[in-house]
Write a protein of this length. Structure first.
Length: 317
């Protein structure tokens, strides 16, 4: 104990005063450093806790957003499922209605075609009678009108069969020249009346005997030639036949038609093969037709193994 100051000092190592001050100073600095480190650590811990709180809040918000999105997605899927069921039901109803319509057209066409054939036959028989000029004229009108109506009925019948998938394609041998002669004979009178030359050009490598559905091929050729005559006032209509592809026992024949008719606009070509559609409404009044011939022809070509019917035209050409 230092009696002069009355202070009790702990000095176990009996250090000098200078050494003791130095020792105390070092100890004090260490305490300050430790305290500062503790303060820094506390601040860091507080910051980390703050960041953690922010992350937790963000996580909670994301969880809520994800929950809302899942609920919305579930609702959308539910609505989509309902719409799909409604669409499937509507499609079934539409298909059933289309099938009923096609069956009705098919049945009605059969019922109408029988008496129409009888009218045509009786008109043909009446031509053998001793008729005066007026009676002959009336019979000719009856016959031509009946044939036109029968053609429309046949188109409707064929179209209804195509729609319900009941039109069958045969594969039987036939002579190509005979078929072409039958087709051209139909248009001889028409060609002479309109001063149009109908030319048939068959390539030399096209076989004379073929296997296929000659009746349906004849129908397509008649439809396309008739369409050419309908819109051609003078000039020529040319039908060309050529070989597209030939194998050992199989040949694919192509047909091209060209005419000097009125032509059509390029943007109107897509309407050509739509059922009950005329490229121009005025043409149906001037030239007649139901708009079924080309649609039926395209379907028949595809049923017989062809690709499509392509058109190239310009107005006035």
């Amino acid at each position: 104990m230092d009696k002069r100051r009355g202070e009790l000092k702990y000095n176990p190592q009996n250090l000098s005063k200078k050494e003791l001050v130095k020792e105390n100073t070092l100890l004090y600095e260490e305490v300050l450093v430790a305290r500062r480190a503790s303060e820094i650590t506390s601040q860091h811990v507080v910051k980390q806790f703050s960041k953690m709180n922010v992350l937790l809040q963000n996580l909670e918000e994301k969880v809520l957003i994800e929950k809302e999105l899942k609920e919305k997605l579930a609702e959308q899927l539910h609505q989509s499922d309902i719409r799909e069921k409604e669409l499937a039901k509507a499609q079934q109803i539409a298909e059933a209605a289309s099938k009923t319509k096609s069956e009705f057209l098919s049945n009605m066409s059969h019922e109408i075609r029988t008496p129409m054939n009888a009218i045509i036959s009786m008109a043909e028989l009446a031509f053998e009678l001793d008729l005066n000029a007026k009676q002959h004229k009336y019979l000719r009108i009856i016959r031509s009108s009946a044939r036109a109506l029968l053609g429309i009925i046949n188109d409707i019948l064929d179209f209804s069969k195509i729609e319900v998938g009941k039109l069958k394609i045969e594969a039987v041998p036939f002579t190509l020249r005979d078929l072409l002669d039958e087709v051209t004979d139909i248009f001889k009178e028409h060609a002479s009346q309109k001063d149009i030359e109908l030319v048939v050009d068959v390539a030399s490598n096209v076989p004379p005997q073929l296997v296929g559905d000659s009746m349906r091929l004849r129908q397509v050729l008649i439809n396309l030639i008739n369409n050419a005559f309908k819109f051609t006032e003078k000039g020529e209509i040319i039908l060309k036949l050529f070989v597209i592809n030939q194998k050992k026992c199989e040949v694919q024949v192509g047909f091209t038609f060209s005419d000097t008719g009125i032509g059509i606009l390029p943007e109107k070509m897509a309407e050509l093969f739509k059922a009950f559609t005329q490229v121009d409404s005025s043409t149906s009044r001037e030239y007649g037709g139901t708009g079924l011939g080309l649609a039926i022809s395209l379907n028949l070509v595809k049923l017989m193994g062809g690709d499509t019917i392509q058109v190239e035209s310009q107005p006035g050409q």
